[in-house]
Design a protein around this ligand. Structure first.
Ligand code: A3P
Length: 289
């Protein structure tokens, strides 16, 4: 079928349904006790959401499943008429709310800054992120066709993908992290030591859960468990939107899959571009475990 085109807001490519709903999104009224999960796409959004859910529900998987069915932590910029938009869903949620966004800092509705909300950012290394996004665009019928891997490489490094440039997104959130109530996590760290990182999230949320519950959350949020869980593997989404026969939503969940995709030449070119784009930034990424 034909794939929809992206449209730009202030130079950032977005889905047309988001752009159509732009004024409602910009006027979104955040509340001081909102927790906003912020990510560049394919950086572990679904994973951190499940972790936050499990913490909220004290490790009770059934309650967690029910909460997801009810709210699913709306993306504030989500819009697909005639369904209720992310803004409408968020409005209907009881507080304290956990919301999600892929927006870069400069496009975030201003009320989040004004209300000094809590931000939970998860960053993933650019190479694995690119690989994951490539496969996601192959299967997601709501996004442009990624073309060949070689073509996608150029699209990604030039930031012409939905939600804009990885480099600007990560730099933007990283640079303001000390000025706001923000917990900044790395996908690779959660993978390496989930218990330690989940504890950080717990503390950030002001929760104190015992060791048994913590261990349970670690288990239930593993890639293997989440791949089997219909609430997190997106198996209920129609194939006309997500065609999992092309590539599963829960694809690999590893650090270093980029090595199976990048040629030596691409890797050299990527590193060169990366150094230039990330010059002067102190953020560091683990590229393999
Ligand atoms: P891969 O395509 O590399 O497998 P998002 O939720 O932001 O769209 O990110 C999706 C990526 O996170 C996918 O990466 C997916 O497999 C991975 N992921 C989801 N749940 C995970 C988990 N519990 N552990 C590790 N990776 C996970």
């Amino acid at each position: 079928g034909r794939r929809p085109q992206l449209r730009e807001v202030a130079g950032i490519p977005l889905q047309a349904t988001t752009v159509d709903n732009w004024s409602q999104i910009q006027n979104f009224e955040a509340k001081p006790d909102d927790l906003l999960i912020c990510t560049y796409p394919k950086s572990g959004t679904t994973w951190i959401q499940e972790i936050v859910d499990m913490i909220e529900q004290n490790g009770d998987m059934e309650k967690c499943q029910r909460a997801i069915i009810q709210h699913r932590h709306p993306f504030i910029e989500w819009a697909r008429p005639p369904h209720p938009s992310g803004v409408e869903k968020a409005r209907a949620m009881p507080s304290p709310r956990t919301l999600r966004t892929h927006l870069p800092t400069q496009l975030l509705p201003p009320s989040f800054w004004k209300n000094n909300c809590k931000f939970l950012y998860v960053a993933r290394n650019a190479k694995d992120c690119m690989v994951s996004y490539y496969h996601f665009q192959r299967m997601n019928q709501m996004l442009p066709d990624p073309g060949t891997w070689e073509e996608y490489f150029e699209t990604f490094v030039s930031g012409k993908v939905c939600w804009g440039s990885w480099y600007d997104h990560v730099k933007g959130w990283w640079e303001i992290k000390d000025r706001y109530q923000m917990l900044f996590l790395h996908y690779e760290d959660i993978k390496k030591d989930p218990k330690h990182e989940i504890q950080k999230v717990m503390q950030f949320m002001g929760r104190n859960l015992n060791e048994t519950i913590l261990d349970k959350i670690v288990q239930e949020t593993s890639f293997e468990k989440m791949k089997e869980n219909p609430m997190t593997n997106r198996s209920a989404v129609p194939t006309s939107i997500l065609d999992q026969s092309i590539s599963p939503f829960m694809r690999k969940g590893t650090v270093g899959d980029w090595k199976n995709h990048f040629t030596v030449a691409q890797n050299e070119r990527f590193d060169k571009i990366y150094r230039k784009k990330m010059e002067g930034t102190s953020i560091d990424f683990c590229m393999e475990l």
